[in-house]
Design a protein around this ligand. Structure first.
Ligand code: SAH
Ligand code: SF4
Length: 366
């Protein structure tokens, strides 16, 4: 293993402290960030306004290492997906979704996921390891390069969503510094409303999140009652809906947020009935909540089916009539399996196998 520090893993305060530890002044950190994130330069020799001896020190003690691209694919609708190496036998994925008014990069936080949601192909593979901060930040860096971003150009990536492989709040320690770099004006300088963290509902970590960072929060709800939600999202057995919603409202209060986006995967005959739409309305009416209905994306081996278009639109109309803001997510990247929940990467040598009903007692790293 390299003893060098990967600079992509250091948010501004840590980078300043590191520069000071080398005997340099903290403004060197700002110069470095500007090269790394504003100009997309990763070679120290090209950072021409840094003093020559500082560059020599960097060459000895630092590195800018990016995840290696194993393969990339482009869908007919312009969606792109990259498979990135985690190590010899593991891989993770990121997806770029171009739209007329924005470009969204969907990034991963873990190789696999231990939370075992029954409708998610990532979950069905089990968990291998957390991504490092540098691997999380490296995804945005790499995608910018791959998409041909040049300094001074309008942004290509306007939004970053942590909705790829993994549960970001189960990798709290590495995800928070990455979010800080996304928001920092010397980092990717993204607006806090355009950086979204999606969680399946790790309640204690949601309270911690409220203390440390202000981003857009998305929460995977998927069912209006505990019995069904526990079947779909097993972490619900540990943190049931009432507890989860409290944590959501707390986040909005603490961070002065507008609303939480609740994700709701539409599964034929499972969670798409009119009674379930009514129950959802009762749960969320009068709250700072939006619902995003996601047509289920199938994967090999699943026994679930996508709700019909008719059922999805009826469900949405019923929510709207009940006063709940609801939208239907357009499925993108279908022909390259790049849609939500289809990211499989390559998860082998699982250190934690699927947790299923054993989620009680699950410990997540914080
Ligand atoms: N672990 C986090 C973020 C990654 S999953 C979370 O669960 O929120 C991103 C979103 O895709 C979640 O809302 C998840 O429930 C949804 N999803 C998972 N599998 C899916 C599938 N097969 N079809 C549609 N959406 C799916
Ligand atoms: Fe993990 Fe999210 Fe998939 Fe559930 S939906 S298994 S939390 S990645």
């Amino acid at each position: 293993m390299s003893a060098r520090v990967n600079l992509l893993g250091l948010p501004r305060p840590a980078l300043e402290a590191w520069c000071e530890s080398l005997g340099s002044r903290p403004f060197r950190a700002r110069q470095l960030m500007s090269w790394l994130y504003k100009r997309g330069v990763s070679e120290f020799e090209q950072m021409t306004d840094l003093a020559r001896d500082f560059r020599a020190q960097l060459a000895l003690q630092a590195e800018v290492t990016l995840p290696e691209i194993i393969s990339s694919q482009q869908a007919s609708d312009g969606t792109r997906k990259w498979l990135l190496r985690a190590d010899a036998s593991q891989a993770f994925e990121m997806v770029y979704i171009p739209e007329t008014d924005r470009g969204t990069l969907c990034i991963s936080s873990q190789v696999g996921c231990a939370l075992d949601c029954s409708f998610c192909s990532t979950g069905q593979q089990g968990f291998n390891r957390n991504l490092t901060t540098a691997e999380i930040v490296g995804q945005v860096w790499l995608a910018n390069r791959e998409l041909g971003f040049a300094p001074g150009d309008p942004r290509i990536i306007t939004n970053v969503v942590m909705m790829g492989m993994g549960e970001p709040l189960a990798n709290f320690r590495n995800v928070i510094p990455a979010l800080q770099i996304f928001l920092d004006d010397l980092g990717f300088d993204l607006s806090r409303r355009r950086v979204t963290l999606s969680t399946s509902g790790l309640v204690p970590q949601m309270y911690k999140l409220a203390e440390v960072i202000n981003v857009a929060l998305a929460v995977s709800l998927h069912a209006p009652d505990d019995e069904l939600r526990s079947q779909l999202v097993p972490i619900n057995k540990l943190h049931p809906i009432a507890e989860l919603l409290e944590a959501c409202w707390h986040y909005i209060d603490e961070q002065n947020g507008r609303s939480v986006t609740f994700e709701y995967v539409m599964l034929d005959g499972i969670n798409d009935s009119p009674e379930q739409a009514r129950a959802l309305t009762r749960l969320l009416r009068g709250r700072p909540a939006k619902l995003n209905l996601i047509p289920f994306n199938p994967f090999p081996g699943t026994h679930y089916r996508r709700s019909s278009d008719e059922a999805i639109w009826k469900f949405r109309d019923q929510l709207l009539r009940g006063g709940i803001m609801a939208t239907v997510r357009r499925t993108r990247g279908d022909d390259i399996d790049a849609a939500c929940g289809q990211l499989v990467g390559r998860v082998q040598d699982r250190t934690v196998v699927r947790l299923g009903s054993k989620t009680v007692g699950l410990r997540v790293e914080a």
